[in-house]
Design a protein around this ligand. Structure first.
Ligand SMILES: [Zn+2]
Length: 60
């Protein structure tokens, strides 16, 4: 499975939020937001093959 497909599977619709240096490999670690709510939904490093989805409690 390609990394982009993995991102599609784990995070779904997403927009690039910001990029930092990955603390593990030094490559680009990318933070993503939901395109509509603009809430951060996860981060990923393609070099590490790492994807993390952020879970949120409803705050309403
Ligand atoms: Zn990395």
């Amino acid at each position: 499975m390609s990394f982009e497909l993995l991102l599609d599977a784990v995070l779904g619709e997403r927009e690039l939020f910001h990029v930092i240096d990955c603390t593990v490999c030094g490559s680009e670690e990318i933070y993503y937001v939901d395109p509509i709510s603009k809430q951060q939904i996860g981060k990923a490093c393609s070099q590490c093959g790492f994807v993390q989805k952020f879970e949120f409690d409803h705050q309403e």
